[in-house]
Design a protein around this ligand. Structure first.
Ligand SMILES: [Zn+2]
Length: 110
């Protein structure tokens, strides 16, 4: 199956395993090989940062850093920018190439 989700798309979390179910956010990274995506505001993890010196002599202050962890691509569904429903996408081809089409409202998403 080809990955039809791209960076900049809005998706909704559909998996029941994640506490973020129902949350919507923008895709900030896609890892096609791992079939994982990073979604803004979803799967927030906290990393404890120790005080460190960088090689250039700068001090990094200790503290907690929040960051988005990757989620499996099957746990999210594209939100159509036209009808705002979570939807599957069809791919239609014409002279200009392939376009993603919302199966809900038939709008072209690209
Ligand atoms: Zn739509």
């Amino acid at each position: 199956m080809k990955v039809k989700i791209r960076k900049g798309d809005t998706v909704e979390v559909i998996s029941g395993d994640l506490e973020d179910k129902g949350k919507r956010g923008e895709i900030i990274a896609v890892n096609v090989d791992d079939r994982r995506v990073v979604v803004q505001g979803v799967n927030i993890r906290t990393k404890h940062q120790k005080q460190q010196q960088t090689s250039s002599g700068k001090t990094i202050n200790p503290g907690r850093i929040k960051f988005e962890g990757p989620v499996d691509i099957s746990n999210v569904m594209l939100v159509c920018p036209k009808c705002s429903s979570k939807t599957r996408v069809a791919v239609s081809r014409d002279e200009a190439g392939a376009h993603r089409v919302c199966k809900h409202c038939q709008a072209m998403i690209d």
